[in-house]
Design a protein around this ligand. Structure first.
Ligand SMILES: [Mg+2]
Length: 229
């Protein structure tokens, strides 16, 4: 299945680093503390759990606004909670321990690499710098595509752009990501081979459609190495 692969497109959050553990959970806890401080009947733990539940359907920021309205929390405190959730600077983050050695090995084996990441482009760019990934992926040669998810949620144009930068047909590309909808289904619909990284929010999700069914499932990036000689 992977014999024809010559290029690999990676996702960033929860694929190359523990975004959920290093950024999302601490951010949610900061916001939970601020919201709880403004309401006697709301504990930090309840506020945290409700953010988790609400964010599944409304997204993380909207979850904080909904909680604010539900508990009649003053607008300035909701604003403080939102700022605590989305700080301007990204905190200290590190890649999964096997990521840098695995990327180095893949390059040595002559695979072409690209990264497509969704989110606020400035924030994603800063993460890539902090993670020490700049030598593998760059905006200059289009091997780093910053997909602004506030403009469109569809990753297809960014994956197409990355494939073009690699100068490879879709059938020779492996797409690696944690989200069944955003990465697996989108890449599979283009004709790429797909590998699902089981980490983060969608770790235990089951594919809902045939196109969400990944070709490969991994728990660590280095598990790709035996498949890509
Ligand atoms: Mg991800």
């Amino acid at each position: 299945m992977t014999a024809k692969i010559r290029g690999i497109i990676f996702d960033l959050d929860d694929t190359l680093f523990d975004c959920t553990g290093q950024l999302t959970q601490p951010a949610r806890r900061r916001a939970a503390q601020i919201l709880a401080s403004a309401h006697l009947d709301l504990s930090t733990e309840t506020s945290y759990q409700q953010q988790v539940t609400l964010s599944q359907t409304h997204g993380s920021s909207e979850a904080i606004r909904i909680l604010g309205a539900q508990y009649n929390i003053p607008a300035n405190i909701v604003e403080r909670a939102l700022n605590a959730y989305n700080p301007h600077n990204v905190e200290a983050i590190t890649p999964f321990p096997d990521v840098l050695p695995t990327l180095a090995t893949l390059v040595r084996r002559s695979y072409q690499l690209a990264l497509v990441t969704s989110g606020n482009p400035d924030r994603q760019r800063e993460k890539i710098r902090l993670l020490g990934l700049c030598s593998y992926f760059s905006e200059g040669d289009n091997t780093l595509i910053l997909h602004d998810d506030r403009k469109s949620s569809d990753k297809t144009p960014s994956l197409t752009q990355a494939a073009k930068a690699l100068s490879l047909p879709y059938t020779q590309i492996l797409c690696v990501g944690d989200k069944l909808t955003d990465e697996i289904a989108t890449a599979k619909n283009l004709g790429m081979t797909t590998a699902r990284m089981r980490h983060g929010r969608q770790k235990n999700s089951k594919p809902q459609t045939p196109s969400e069914q990944p070709d490969i499932e991994i728990d660590r990036i280095s598990q790709l190495l035996p498949l890509l000689p």
